[in-house]
Design a protein around this ligand. Structure first.
Ligand code: PHB
Length: 387
């Protein structure tokens, strides 16, 4: 039977009908985060922060309701490609939010680049994500590994006057990039890193390495661990008595979200990070009070990064009138935006990494108190990024 419609007219009609339906469709957000293992608390804080911002907007961003999907990535790079494809191909999410672990994040970035799905990284600092692997649809609300740790190297040499140091971390991208960044800052200011110790992720058998540090007697130690591993490391360092003669430094992850459990062992530790517990701004006070009330937990840097990932999504959606398919408009809006973060305002650099102040913090009681700004308005070099 001839309907009298050309195939093109039928297609156009179908397209306009789906355009009409679009206004009611929900935006699908896929959380790919660690909900098990040493980084569990970090994944939970990121999701809490993200949801809190969406709830503050009445559950909608740019007039679109948000629907959530979740995958536990277990901080396991070997499972990362399958996991991210569950969200992209099975759940058909519009936006990927993840993850904590740098190795897993690189697999996510690869999949996001291939599929064109928007990816907002709410923690993982893998330098390549906003370096050689950068892409128009990939953004970070957190930091690059280099950015978190280079300033501590500068402070340790210039301000603390240390001449020799050893580093210790898990052997994977984040640990290697952070300890190398510390070394770069430290040596640029005249210090010397004598040895870089590692153990496999997420092992916590630190004893042999602590014995090696005690024997070598450097003037300082710089360590990256996070989550449950950071709790154990800081307590073991203290129990070995090393804190008395060799100051321990780190990126702020070493003491963020961990102070209840680290207690006495963490007191006085100096770290660098883009957040601190007592910034004293109205923006941060409101955020902290709302978070504590909603989750019966103190917020930490991970909660802030989750919250800001949602703020970034909101900026992009608003510019596109809620149509995330308008990729170029989404990208340009973020590149021009200033995000009113609890950490302080930040902008998004050319390689899509935050440009932000890096604070020097000191542990006092249950807080990472800001004692200064280690480097102001620090961006990431975005080495190898071509968009
Ligand atoms: C990372 O793997 O990039 C990572 C993990 C935990 C942190 C920071 C960075 O706290």
């Amino acid at each position: 039977m001839n309907t009298g419609f050309s195939p093109w007219a039928v297609l156009a009609l179908a397209a306009s009908m789906s355009g009409g339906a679009f206004a009611q469709d929900k935006i699908k957000v896929g959380f790919m985060l660690p909900y098990s293992g040493t980084y569990t608390a970090l994944g939970v804080a990121i999701e809490n922060g993200f949801r809190m911002y969406v709830n503050e907007q009445g559950g909608k961003l740019a007039g679109r309701e948000i629907e959530f999907f979740k995958v536990d990535d277990e901080s396991d790079p070997a499972k990362a490609t399958d996991n991210v494809n569950r969200l992209i191909k099975r759940d058909k999410v519009d936006v990927l939010v993840g993850t904590v672990h740098s190795g897993v994040a690189m697999a996510m970035a690869r999949a996001a680049k291939e599929s064109g799905t928007v990816l907002i990284v709410p923690n993982a600092g893998a330098d390549a994500v906003t370096g050689a692997m950068c892409a128009p649809n990939i953004f970070r609300s957190s930091f690059s590994n280099w950015q978190s740790s280079y300033p501590m190297g500068v402070v340790a040499a210039r301000q603390e006057g240390k001449k020799t140091a050893m580093t210790i971390t898990w052997k994977y991208a984040a640990g290697e990039e952070m300890t190398n960044a510390f070394k770069e800052g430290f040596e640029k200011e005249g210090g010397k890193v004598s040895k870089q110790l590692t153990l496999p992720f997420p092992n916590v058998e630190f004893q042999a390495l602590l014995t090696e540090i005690a024997a070598a007697r450097p003037e300082a130690v710089f360590a990256f661990f996070a989550g449950a591993g950071a709790v154990k490391f800081v307590k073991d360092y203290y129990a070995a008595g090393l804190h008395k003669s060799i100051p321990l430094y780190g990126p702020g992850f070493l003491t963020d979200g961990t102070l209840d459990a680290q207690g006495e062992a963490a007191q006085g530790l100096l770290t660098t990070l883009h957040y601190a517990d007592e910034l004293g701004t109205e923006r941060d006070r409101r955020f902290r009070a709302a978070y504590a009330q909603a989750f019966k937990l103190q917020p930490d840097v991970y909660a802030v990064q989750g919250y800001d990932a949602a703020q970034m999504l909101a900026v992009g959606l608003k510019a596109t009138g809620g149509d995330i398919g308008k990729k170029a408009v989404f990208q340009q809006a973020l590149e021009k935006a200033t995000i009113a973060s609890p950490r302080g305002d930040f902008t998004i650099g050319k390689s899509h990494n935050p440009v932000q102040d890096i604070y020097l913090r000191k542990v006092e009681g249950k807080e990472n108190r800001r004692v200064g700004v280690a480097l102001k308005g620090l961006g990431d070099a975005g080495r190898g990024c071509r968009m």
